[in-house]
Design a protein around this ligand. Structure first.
Ligand code: DC
Length: 233
């Protein structure tokens, strides 16, 4: 599939900026495919930890990424991740996995191994892709690029609330520290660092709900003629 022929919307941003929720909602509203690229890095991390592979072993991690038997399955209005036919939703969302994924994602060979897999998600009529380098590296020709931010305090509070709702107790300062470390690692790495594409629209969601962010994006898309003005898709 020629990814340039498919309408791609990219949503990049730091950890817990809400980009996953926004991208999922938007894909649902448009009836388009959704790529959660972070889930790929998280799944490589889960597989590596299960096999006892060091998060510094670039070549072995790249081999895992190349051979990854991962499937995204939609059910109950949600996307579920399967590794070798086993649902790993809970494992990939753990804080420790997020941290391990950020370490795995530093390696150029791992990123290269996942590139083609990510581009295969581009299918007609369109794709909404979220991550760190969707607009800069994976889909540089995407028609519409967004960069979602929120203050570090707000992101830590959102993540804290999410974890509390799952019954996972984590201290807010410890969470804020982890998020700051991941931000630094993701934005300072040599390959495909987190940064807005030059042609991305930045949306600060500190004071906005996910639904309000989706409304802003839809309004940009309406201006561009991708969705009809006033039409609820
Ligand atoms: O979006 P997320 O929190 O699920 O991503 C987990 C980690 O994976 C993140 O800390 C950095 C890495 N990642 C990446 O480097 N590039 C992407 N496109 C998506 C995620």
């Amino acid at each position: 599939m020629n990814t340039e022929a498919v309408t791609v919307i990219t949503i990049d941003g730091p950890s817990s900026s809400g980009k996953g929720t926004v991208a999922r909602l938007l894909a649902g509203r448009l009836g388009w495919r959704y790529l959660d690229s972070g889930a790929l890095y998280r799944t490589v991390a889960v597989a590596a930890l299960a096999e006892g592979v060091s998060l510094d072993a670039e070549d072995r991690l790249a081999d895992i990424a190349k051979a990854l038997d991962i499937q995204f399955r939609d059910s109950d209005g949600d996307q579920h991740v399967f590794l070798e036919d086993r649902c790993i939703d809970a494992e990939i969302r753990a804080e420790t996995t997020g941290d391990a994924a950020s370490q795995v994602a530093r390696h150029a060979a791992v990123r290269e191994a996942l590139l083609g897999r990510q581009r295969q998600f581009a299918e007609s009529p369109g794709l909404v892709a979220d991550g760190r380098d969707m607009g800069t590296v994976v889909f540089p020709h995407a028609r519409h690029k967004f960069y979602l931010t929120a203050s570090a305090d707000e992101r830590a509070m959102r993540r804290h609330k999410q974890l509390n709702e799952k019954g996972i107790g984590v201290s807010l300062p410890a969470l804020a520290k982890d998020i700051a470390e991941r931000d630094l690692r993701d934005s300072s790495r040599a390959t495909a660092p987190l940064r807005p594409a030059d042609d991305a629209v930045t949306i600060d969601s500190t004071e906005l709900s996910a639904v309000e962010v989706v409304a802003q994006i839809l309004s940009h898309l309406a201006d561009a003629g991708i969705v009809a003005v006033g039409k609820k898709t």
